[in-house]
Design a protein around this ligand. Structure first.
Ligand SMILES: C[S@@+](CC[C@H](N)C(=O)[O-])C[C@H]1O[C@@H](n2cnc3c(N)ncnc32)[C@H](O)[C@@H]1O
Length: 230
């Protein structure tokens, strides 16, 4: 992704912050909370967890009983997430999460720092997915887990149907909620179209050196979950 594209994506992502959870619930017909819970359950039950692309904190706020580091390249995402996540954590008696500005492709952490790394609805945006996965492997302790969720395609026809669904159905709702023609969810269709199949990323995880790679389509066209060990 070139610099112009990244700036455009960043502006679009920032514009989603106020309506992010509402549109996500609609787009996933209410399933998104269940998928977030699946990721939380698959991560190690203790130790240090990194979420890459934590956005406004919609997943981070449900991670209980573990040390948590949230990474995102967009400062306004961090500004929205930090009070939300840490007030939940204080309320539960968990240690405060730390928030770091950065990108998947150049993680600002030492080797073997984390017991678990996760990424939800962000992997699709990484401009160099192979580099990002290698970085995730580097910062994981040996035997640590990675869990990723994003909407992969099953095949080309399925990709086309998914594109129509996002353009017409999610797009109409986003236009209505945002009250503008030029709503930021348009970008979702763009990143979706360029995203590969479930199998493509199983292969990529194996190629960068992850072990015990598995995947499951949890909702065709909307969510695949990938899991692997360092
Ligand atoms: C749609 S939000 C996901 C929010 C949250 N993870 C959730 O569960 O809803 C995607 C986030 O990924 C971030 N992102 C985009 N490109 C990234 C990259 N190369 N490295 C890390 N994060 C990235 C964006 O800034 C955005 O905040």
């Amino acid at each position: 992704m070139g610099e112009v594209d990244w700036n455009e994506l960043q502006n679009n992502l920032e514009a989603t912050i106020p309506v992010y959870d509402r549109i996500n619930r609609f787009a996933t017909v209410g399933q998104v909370s269940r998928w977030r819970r699946m990721v939380a359950d698959r991560l190690p039950k203790e130790g240090k967890i990194l979420e890459i692309g934590s956005g406004p904190g919609s997943f981070a706020e449900i991670v209980e009983g573990r040390d948590l580091v949230c990474l995102d390249p967009i400062p306004s995402m961090i500004a929205a997430a930090e009070p939300r996540v840490n007030s939940k954590r204080r309320g539960r008696g968990d240690s405060e999460a730390s928030f770091v500005k950065g990108e998947a492709e150049a993680l600002p952490f030492d080797d073997s720092t984390f017991d678990g790394v996760c990424s939800l609805f962000s992997f699709r945006d990484w401009y160099d997915k192979r580099k990002g996965l290698s970085e995730a492997l580097r910062v994981l302790k040996p035997g640590g887990s990675i869990v990723i969720v994003d909407p992969a395609k099953i095949n080309r026809l399925h990709g086309w149907l998914g594109k129509m669904y996002m353009q017409i159905w999610v797009g109409s709702y986003a236009r209505w909620v945002c009250g503008v023609q030029d709503h930021p969810w348009k970008w979702l269709t763009k990143t979706y179209v360029h995203f590969g199949t479930t199998r493509d990323y199983v292969k990529m995880l194996e190629e960068v050196g992850f072990k015990d790679v598995s995947s499951k389509v949890i909702f065709p066209g909307m969510a695949t979950i990938w899991q692997a060990k360092a």
